[in-house]
Design a binder for this molecule. Sequence first.
Ligand SMILES: Cc1cc2nc3c(=O)[nH]c(=O)nc-3n(C[C@H](O)[C@H](O)[C@H](O)COP(=O)(O)OP(=O)(O)OC[C@H]3O[C@@H](n4cnc5c(N)ncnc54)[C@H](O)[C@@H]3O)c2cc1C
Length: 599
Amino acid sequence: MSKPEPLTHDVIVVGAGLAGSWAAMIASQQGVKDVAVLSKIHPLRSHSGAAQGGIAAALGNTRPVPSTGAEGPLEQVPDGSEPSDSLESHIFDTIKGSDWLGDQDAIEIMINDAPRVIYEYEHLGCVFSRTPDGRVNQRRFGGHSAPRACFAADWTGHVLLHTIHEQALRHGVKFYSEWYCMDLIVEDNICRGVVALNILTGEIHTIRAKAVMFGTGGYGRAYKITSNAHANTGDGVAIAYNAGVPLMDMEFVQFHPTGLYKHGILMSEACRGEGGYLVNSQGERFMERYAKAKMELAPRDLVSRSEQQEINEGRGGEADRDAIYLDLRHLGREKILQRLPQVRELAIDFVGTDPIDKLVPIQPTAHYSMGGIPCDASGQVIADAQGTPVVGFYAAGECACISVHGANRLGTNSLLDASVFGRRAGFAIAEFVKGGAQLHPIAGDPAERNRQRVRSRMENPGKESIDKIADALKTTMTINCGVFRDGGKLQIALQDIQRLEERFAHAPIRDKSSRFNTDVLNALETEHLLSFSAVIVAGAIARTECRGAHWRTDHPARDDQNWLKHTLAQRQGEGEPPKLDYKPVNINYEKYPPQERKY
Ligand SMILES: Cc1cc2nc3c(=O)[nH]c(=O)nc-3n(C[C@H](O)[C@H](O)[C@H](O)COP(=O)(O)OP(=O)(O)OC[C@H]3O[C@@H](n4cnc5c(N)ncnc54)[C@H](O)[C@@H]3O)c2cc1C
């Protein structure tokens, strides 16, 4: 491979999803001249574009038809009357959804910013679905006590991402499409740039920058059944960890209740928001047993566990009896075609079932990472429990942990998180760069180190298959670190990961070519999956309680006495488990003291 000159930009944003695009667009709009975005896939294929159901904001534009009660159809709130929702209610729902692990100061910031961000999207040309009088329409979502999901049919992420991408282009942001970030350069707690592979040519570059931001998205691909795109391999999280940044609350992985059976592809929660039912093989609406008040619109952790329990107790369907069913038939053809056209197509294409007249087989699917790179509400990455900043390094979106979702995220709060905090990071980065930030010198040749990393794996004489290692990892994570966990299963997962890491040392890259070498990408991604999966499992073993998505059957209660705190996992030497540290949750004990979480 040839040795190109280092590239230089004022700001490098890694990730072209909503978080990265907002940050780049705002930094540029605020007068930073040279902002570049790096994306390993075409920017518009970022997973944000796959989001279906909606983005939350307490606008209060719709409410249940008064005569039918809370579960009935929605109507728009008449002009001049009280809105049906409030910021206060959105804040409380999010805190309760997080099982009190969310930082309440950050949650307040996100929710207070939400209406402004929706109107900003609208003014930038985003085509939301409308109420009859032209306001932004809103539907119900799980764990939210009012209809507050703003949506564009079931293409919400697609329209939001296109809107912000266009604006970033308009403001002169440069996009490096199909460039893969391999490494982060941090020395003396100052971030100095990244190392990236140009996938087309195979050249590896050092890219120097005054500020680096990660908006690298989630890591659902560590699981066998997942709703996540193939690109969601948690690279940014692993790269930051390898560079010495601790990871926060990684044990909290969200399983979405409605992944298509055997595929994991998402049937949006909007299906239940629009009134869909969940039934077991006996046709029972089993949520009555688990969440009498909220039924199918209980939060995701609870619904996924309820489904898994039905399956474990023999009430699942299909040949191996581990499917549950989504019933949309009573919504009628017109509503399904108007509000849920994409999920209908997905069901027809992948399981051969048309939800207009048939039950859709589904199962819980790995969906969202609550944990990630610790940072504050301006995206500033934090190096330790004392809050020391990593100068010049920012993060936002799903790879970041601020933490607004705590132990369990509510649906539609993630597009909001990526938008609000991507936007805020953009302002903070602009201020940092315009305030005289420097290009710091870089010791040695990080690009060369990474070329050597690829070369030595190409020359590795071992016989192990990287694909088989990745597959074994996903299997053990699904079986042993899934919806229900216990100490024994988690230890098996830990040992499996250790053995897989040893095997990985003997796994060569077989394709030796340089142009568009997907074998190289697969090797780098698998290395990343292994390193952060070990962190998920270590955090889960240590946390001997049930909280949100982390459910230990051998410790079946929430334990605020010992565990109302965030985990921070720091990388140790090669092959060693991470060092775990903890920091307090930001709680306003007068306003939102911890309570039992009932639905
Ligand atoms: C199917 C599905 C439906 C969803 N529906 C909803 C919904 O209705 N409402 C809601 O609120 N949330 C939803 N979510 C969650 C939400 O979409 C995501 O959490 C959010 O969009 C994440 O945005 P992001 O900008 O952080 O990352 P992403 O949009 O995932 O973007 C990540 C970016 O990082 C880049 N990248 C990653 N690694 C590298 C690397 N090594 N080098 C270079 N580039 C890299 C990728 O190319 C990509 O551009 C859904 C998620 C899924 C999977």
